[in-house]
Write a protein that binds this ligand. Structure first.
Ligand code: GCW
Length: 696
C-alpha cells in the first residue's frame, strides 16, 4: 500500500491553464467544427465550482485539475494515491459520500482515468455520479496507426498523418496533446505511430529523437509509444548481409538498437511486426519460423520491459484456402513464443470484411498470449462516407464462443486472461484518425474511435451503451426522442452496410485496390487469385459462395465442436455465414422458406432501404443538431444512399447472369455500363468533405 498523499486544497476556479479544447472555443457560440470530439459540452458550459483535493506534483496530476474544471456537481473531489493491489496500475475506485467524491488509485494515471470517468458520468447521466470500481479488461489498449513517414496514411480517410517527421511544430504539439487527451479520456494507453508496412527509416538515428518528442507529449496522459518495425532493418540501415534471426550479428544489431531506443524513450512500449505478409520480409525468408523471429526481437526488448506484438495476418500464396492460412502457420507454434510476445490476430480469418466469422486461430492457441486486432478505419465499410457504427461488429467477435476450453470460451475471455508467464494482455484497433480538423472526416466516425477505447477498457460494454455515451457527450442537447432516433440509426448501421454490400456471408467483392465500391466482376490479369472477388464469391450457374465445408477447403475443420459441425452443415449454418462456408444452389431453401436468390435480393433491398431510412432519421433530428454538422452528415448519408444503390444494382445484376432469375425489386443501372466504370477514389479525395470520387 502506498501512503496516503498529503492533500492540498486547490480551488478549480484558480486554475489558469484551462483545457486545450476549451481555450479555443467561445463558450456562448456553438461553433461546431468537430474538433471537440466528445468534449462538446465544454463549448457551452462555464467552469464549475467543485474543489479538487490532490497533490499537484506530477504533470498527470496537473491534468486532473484541468479536466475537472467543468465539474459542477460535487463540492469536493478527493484523490488519494492508494488502493488495493488488484486495482493494478490503471484501476481506480470511486465512492460518493454526501457531496464528496473520493477517488483511490495506485498511480497518477489511474486517477486521471477516474477524473475522466467523473466528467463522463456527469455528462452522460445528467449530473449523477455513482460509486464504481474500475479495472480495465486489457493492459494494453492500443491504437495502431497505419501512417507512413511521407505523411500518407494507408487506408486512412481523414486526411494526412498527424505525425510530421520533418519537423514537429508548436501547432503540432497542441494537436498531439488534444489527441493524447482524447485517447486517455477513453482509456487508450498505447499507440503505434507508424504503418505495419514499416519503413526501416523509422528506426534511424535521425528519427528516434522525434519519436521521443512525441512520447514526451503523450506520457502525462498515460500513453506509451510503440513502433512498427521492418524485419530487414539491420540490412537497410546498417548494411548487414541478411536479417536472419539466428545470425549473431543480426541479434546484436537489434540489441544495440533497443539500447539506443530506450536511451531516448525510457518507457518505450515495444515493436509491432508484420512479417512474411503481403511481400514484407520476415524470418521465413531464412527458413526460420515466426517464433524464432519474434523471440529474437523479444530478447532485445526484454531487458527494458518492452513487448513484441507479432501479427498473425499472413497468407502466403499457396494452394490452401486463404481463410485457413493464419491457422496453418501459427497453430504449430503454440507455446513457442517468449513471455513478452503477443500474437495479434485480426477478428476474422480473411481481412476486416464487413462481416466475417471469427478467426479460428483464437480457438486453437492455448499457450500463446493473443490480442484481437479490430479495424476502426473503414477500409471495407464505406471509408469516411458511410455511417457504420463498428461496435456492433466488434462485439459480435468479442462475444463469439470459440469453445476452446468448452462452452463460454469467448474471445474476450481468451484474450483478456493472461497465460502463464505473459507480461501483458492487449487489444488493438487500426486508427481512423488523420489531420482533418474533426479528426475522422465523417463526424459519426468519431464514435468508432470513442467506442474502441471504451470497449478496450470494459469489454462487457454493449453497442447500445457505447452509442448512448457517445451521443450524450457529443450532442449534449438532444432531447430524448432525438437521442433514441440517433441511437437506433447507429445501431442499425452496420447491419445495413452488410446488407447492401455483402449479405449472407459474401465477402471481398470489392473493387481492386481501393476497397470502396463493388466489383464482383473484377479481373486483373496476372494478379494473385486470392486478391480477386471471384476467388471469394464463386458465382456460377449452380449457385453462389465458397465451399469451405468438408467437401471443399474444410476451413470448417479449423473450428472447435460444436461449431465445426454447425458451420459444416448447409442446413444448420447460420444464414449470416452461409455463403462464407458453402457454395449454395440458387434455389436452395433458406431457413425462412425463401430461395437463396430471393433472400439475396431481399437483403440487398433491405440495406438500400435502410440508407433512405437513415436520411429520414437524420432529417428528424435536424432541429437539435448544429447546422454545419447536420449538413456534413446529411451530405455523407446521401452519398451512402447512392453508393448503396450502386452496390445493390452492381451485385444483383452481376449475380443474375448466373442465377437467371428475376430481381423482384427495381434496379436503375445497367450492368454493362457499371462494368465500364471504375470508381476512382483515393484516400485524400475521399477524406475531404464527403467527396465520392469519379467513376471512370
Ligand atoms: O487490410 C489489408 C489492407 C492493407 C493492410 C493489410 C494489413 C497495412 O488492404 O492495406 O496493410 O491488410 O493489415 O497488413
Amino acid at each position: 500500500m502506498h501512503n496516503l498523499i498529503e492533500k492540498v486544497k486547490i480551488g478549480v476556479g484558480l486554475v489558469t491553464s484551462v483545457s486545450m479544447f476549451a481555450c479555443c472555443a467561445d463558450p456562448v457560440v456553438s461553433n461546431y467544427d468537430g474538433s471537440m470530439l466528445w468534449f462538446q459540452n465544454e463549448l457551452n458550459s462555464s467552469k464549475g465550482s467543485a474543489v479538487v483535493l490532490l497533490e499537484d506534483s506530477t504533470p498527470t496530476l496537473g491534468l486532473i485539475r484541468e479536466e475537472l474544471a467543468y465539474l459542477n456537481l460535487a463540492d469536493t473531489v478527493e484523490f488519494s494515491l492508494d488502493g488495493d493491489s488488484i486495482l493494478g496500475n490503471d484501476g481506480y475506485e470511486l465512492s460518493v459520500s454526501g457531496k464528496t467524491v473520493s477517488v483511490h488509485g495506485r498511480t497518477d494515471v489511474a486517477l486521471l482515468y477516474a477524473a475522466f470517468d467523473i466528467m463522463r458520468q456527469q455528462n452522460v447521466d445528467a449530473n449523477a455520479i455513482s460509486p464504481s470500481r474500475q479495472i480495465p479488461s486489457y493492459d494494453l489498449r492500443m491504437l495502431n496507426h497505419w501512417d507512413n513517414m511521407d505523411g500518407t496514411v494507408e487506408r486512412g480517410y481523414a486526411g494526412k498523418s498527424l505525425w510530421h517527421w520533418d519537423e514537429i511544430t508548436d501547432e503540432d504539439v497542441v494537436r498531439y496533446k488534444a489527441y493524447a487527451r482524447a485517447n486517455a479520456s477513453v482509456g487508450i494507453n498505447a499507440v503505434v505511430l507508424n504503418n505495419v508496412n514499416a519503413s526501416p527509416e523509422i528506426l534511424s538515428g535521425n528519427n528516434l529523437p522525434k519519436v521521443a518528442m512525441i512520447a514526451d507529449i503523450l506520457r502525462p496522459y498515460g500513453i506509451k509509444v510503440f513502433l512498427s518495425v521492418n524485419f530487414s532493418s539491420p540490412m537497410n540501415l546498417s548494411g548487414l548481409l541478411n536479417a536472419d534471426p539466428l545470425n549473431p550479428h543480426v541479434r546484436h544489431w537489434w540489441q544495440d538498437k533497443a539500447q539506443e531506443i530506450y536511451a531516448h524513450i525510457p518507457d518505450f512500449g515495444g515493436f509491432l511486426v508484420k512479417a512474411n505478409s503481403e511481400g514484407l520480409p520476415g524470418p521465413l525468408d531464412y527458413g526460420r519460423s515466426h517464433s524464432e523471429g519474434a523471440n529474437m526481437l523479444a530478447e532485445a526488448l526484454n531487458l527494458y520491459g518492452g513487448v513484441v506484438v507479432w501479427r498473425a495476418f499472413v497468407y502466403s500464396p499457396s494452394d490452401a484456402d486463404r481463410a485457413k492460412q493464419a491457422y496453418l502457420e501459427f497453430k504449430p507454434l503454440d507455446g513457442e513464443f517468449a513471455d513478452n510476445v503477443i500474437i495479434q490476430i485480426k477478428n476474422g480469418p480473411i481481412d476486416f470484411q464487413p462481416r466475417e466469422p471469427f478467426s479460428p486461430l483464437f480457438g486453437a492457441l492455448h499457450n500463446t498470449q493473443m490480442a484481437v486486432e479490430l479495424q476502426i478505419t473503414q477500409e471495407y465499410t464505406g471509408a469516411s462516407n458511410h455511417v457504420c457504427f463498428l461496435p456492433s461488429m466488434w462485439c459480435e467477435t468479442m462475444n463469439a464462443d470459440t469453445y476452446r476450453d468448452g462452452a463460454g470460451s469467448t474471445i474476450t475471455k481468451l484474450t483478456s486472461q493472461k497465460i502463464a508467464g505473459a507480461k501483458y494482455t492487449a487489444i488493438a484497433g487500426v486508427s481512423n484518425i488523420g489531420d482533418e480538423p474533426n479528426w475522422c472526416a465523417h463526424p459519426l466516425a468519431q464514435a468508432n474511435w470513442y467506442a474502441f477505447g471504451r470497449l478496450a477498457w470494459n469489454a462487457d460494454m454493449t453497442p447500445d451503451s457505447l452509442a448512448t455515451e457517445w451521443i450524450r457527450l457529443t450532442l449534449p442537447s438532444l432531447p430524448l426522442h432525438a437521442e433514441n432516433t440517433f441511437r437506433d440509426m447507429l445501431l442499425e448501421s452496420h447491419e445495413a452496410v452488410v446488407d447492401y454490400m455483402m449479405p449472407l456471408g459474401l465477402h471481398h467483392i470489392f473493387a481492386w485496390g481501393h476497397h470502396y465500391g463493388p466489383e464482383p466482376w473484377c479481373d486483373v490479369p496476372g494478379a494473385r487469385p486470392d486478391w480477386m472477388p471471384k476467388y471469394y464469391h464463386r458465382a456460377d450457374e449452380k449457385g453462389l459462395g465458397s465451399d469451405r465445408s468438408k467437401t471443399g477447403s474444410n476451413a470448417t475443420g479449423q473450428y472447435n465442436e460444436p461449431l465445426c459441425s454447425l458451420y459444416n452443415d448447409i442446413n444448420q449454418c447460420p444464414d449470416k455465414y452461409l455463403l462464407w462456408f458453402h457454395h449454395v444452389d440458387w434455389n436452395f431453401r433458406m431457413k425462412n422458406g425463401q430461395t437463396l436468390w430471393n433472400e439475396l435480393c431481399r437483403h440487398y433491398d433491405k440495406g438500400l432501404t435502410m440508407t433512405d431510412h437513415f436520411l429520414a432519421s437524420w432529417k428528424r433530428i435536424e432541429p437539435y443538431v448544429d447546422k454545419a454538422m447536420w449538413e456534413d452528415v446529411n451530405n455523407r448519408l446521401t452519398i451512402q444512399r447512392d453508393d448503396a444503390r450502386w452496390w445493390h444494382d452492381g451485385c444483383l445484376l452481376y449475380f443474375q447472369q448466373y442465377s437467371k432469375m428475376p430481381i423482384p425489386q427495381k434496379t436503375i443501372y445497367k450492368l454493362d455500363d457499371m462494368m465500364k466504370y471504375h470508381i476512382n477514389i483515393t484516400n485524400y479525395e475521399c477524406a475531404s468533405k464527403g467527396y465520392r470520387g469519379e467513376k471512370m
